[in-house]
Structure formats: structure tokens, C-alpha cells
Design a protein around this ligand. Structure first.
Ligand SMILES: [Zn+2]
Ligand SMILES: [Zn+2]
Length: 136
């Protein structure tokens, strides 16, 4: 589905990254934490093994959005870039919106759909999970 090597970065160009290989999961998250952290009605994420993601420019700054989770962003322009958490060890979520070619990485499902904003209606037939999707 997705090309084998993708690049992306923040709006100002300080943070740049390259990703090797396909994502483990792509999804739109409707949780209230992502909504607030990105100031967006929902956030598209692609999940990778940490070793697939190589930061080629400045590394994202991080803050703890909860005791178990860190969100990475550009310290210069604020673009949200990444998400890591103790409960997904070795994995990193990258914001699909920060890819240079986000159209190449369509989300496959919705999660935390129980928190979806009532006016957020998307014309898709993707599976919807009220909270986290089942883990294989
Ligand atoms: Zn930036
Ligand atoms: Zn979320």
C-alpha cells in the first residue's frame, strides 16, 4: 500500500524524518488527548517500529501528555510529529499530516470513535472501534 520509504517533517523544516518500510497500523484517532494536543477534530496516525523511523533533521522536543505517554513536536514551529507510550514499547506513532505525501498513507480504521465529535462526519466505510482497536 504505502511506498517503501517516506519522508516528512514539521512546517518550518527543522524536524525532518525518513521512514523505512510499511506501517504496522494507520488510523484516525478521535480521543480527547489527541484532539487537544493537535488542536484538531481527529488525528491521523501511522504506527511504526521505532527503528523504522530515522530523524534526519532536528529531533522533536517531547512532553509527557500523560504519565505513560510522550508527544513529540517541533520546538521551533510546534508541528505535532510523534507519539510514544509505555504501553506500546518499541513503537512510535507518526502524524500522517506531517508526511510529505500524506495521500500515500490512508487510515485503515477509526479508534476512540466513542469520543468522536458529533459534527465530525466522514464519508468512509472504515471499521470503527469505541476505544483502542484489538491487538493481534
Ligand atoms: Zn518546525
Ligand atoms: Zn488519540
Amino acid at each position: 500500500m504505502a511506498p517503501n520509504r517516506l519522508e516528512g517533517g514539521c512546517q518550518c523544516g527543522a524536524v525532518r524524518y525518513a521512514i523505512n518500510g510499511p506501517p504496522l497500523m494507520t488510523a484516525l484517532c478521535h480521543c480527547s488527548m489527541c484532539r487537544r494536543a493537535n488542536a484538531a477534530p481527529a488525528v491521523a496516525w501511522a504506527m511504526f517500529k521505532a527503528e523504522q523511523v530515522e530523524f534526519t533533521g532536528r529531533k522533536p522536543a517531547e512532553y509527557a501528555s500523560s504519565p505513560a505517554a510522550k508527544r513529540g513536536f517541533c520546538a521551533a514551529c510546534g508541528t505535532p510529529i510523534s507519539f510514544t507510550a509505555d504501553y506500546i514499547p518499541g513503537l512510535v506513532d507518526i502524524t500522517i499530516g506531517s508526511l510529505d505525501t500524506p495521500a500515500a498513507m490512508p487510515p485503515a480504521l477509526h479508534y476512540w470513535d466513542s469520543k468522536r465529535l458529533p459534527w465530525m462526519r466522514l464519508a468512509d466505510d472504515l471499521p470503527k472501534y469505541p476505544e483502542f482497536p484489538p491487538v493481534e
